[in-house]
Write a protein that binds this ligand. Structure first.
Ligand SMILES: [Zn+2]
Length: 270
């Protein structure tokens, strides 16, 4: 009688391994760091809050994880159930409706944003976190409306507003409707400012396009993750337009911090 009994069939082996030698699959346990190119043991990365333990590279983080990390247990996720109506009935290589469905299935979210109300230490806050995995964190009508609701909630409940930006910009599949969100959120933020309720924006990798051009730069305090790409047009587009090589670290947090620290602006890199 054997001393060891396998409960779930055979050990999984690599499919290319045809020589009979058995190798246990380890995929999914290691990730390659985009900063130092070293393999990182996933549990080590998670224990270090998605920051590379070897080079301090900040990995992308989903909206849910961001809320979980920033708020004390017992927070409420709010303003859910809004979904895009595809106002332009947009098709490119595939229908926008299909892209939306896929993104909803993959992320479990209605759109590229999640609002929550809870405590950050002793402070009650309204937190709005963007989800880059949902069509590049792009801003359409649902993202705009959800952030506007977070702003209004912060104003009426007199709780500080924190927005975590992670976005490729406006959502082209919603055309002018997505551009209108810039004005809509900016107007709500002006009212929040009049009410003297603080607004902090955390810029993560990447924060670009219409998001940078509106609420991401309107914080009373703008804080950026190290090494985050922050800009309006991407560096490649700028380089091709002006036909000049851009300086090292262009549009990264530290570069912007150096440029901004010579002005009275409060933009800061942590
Ligand atoms: Zn690294």
């Amino acid at each position: 009688m054997s001393w060891f009994k396998r409960e779930t069939g055979d050990v999984a082996t690599s499919p290319e391994n045809g020589d009979g030698e058995r190798r246990v699959r380890t995929e999914g346990l290691w990730v390659k760091c985009l900063g130092c190119r070293q393999p990182i043991y996933k549990p080590d990365l998670e224990a270090n809050l998605n920051v590379c333990p070897k080079c301090d590279h900040h990995f992308k983080m989903g909206a849910r994880q961001r809320i979980e990390l920033l708020l004390e247990p017992g927070y409420d996720v709010v303003d859910q159930g809004l979904r895009s109506t595809d106002p332009l009935n947009f098709h490119d290589i595939k229908p926008y409706k299909q892209r939306l469905r896929k993104a909803q299935e993959e992320t479990g979210l209605d759109d590229a944003i999640l609002n929550a109300v809870g405590m950050m230490g002793p402070h009650g806050v309204v937190l709005s976190a963007m989800e880059y995995a949902f069509i590049g964190g792009s801003m359409g009508a649902v993202v705009g409306e959800t952030i506007a609701r977070a702003v209004d909630r912060a104003r009426t409940e007199r709780k500080a507003l924190i927005v975590v930006a992670a976005s490729g910009g406006a959502r082209m599949m919603e055309g002018v409707v997505s551009l209108m969100q810039m004005a809509k959120i900016s107007t709500a933020l002006a009212q929040l400012d009049d009410a003297r309720v603080p607004y902090i924006c955390l810029l993560t990798d990447p924060t670009t396009g219409g998001v940078t051009a509106s609420f991401a730069m309107l914080g009373d305090l703008n804080i950026a993750e190290p090494g985050a790409l922050i800009g309006f047009a991407g560096p490649r587009v700028i380089e091709q337009t002006i036909r000049q090589k851009l300086p090292e670290g262009f549009q990264r947090s530290e570069f912007l911090w150096r440029k901004a620290s010579s002005t009275p602006s409060s933009t800061a890199a942590t």
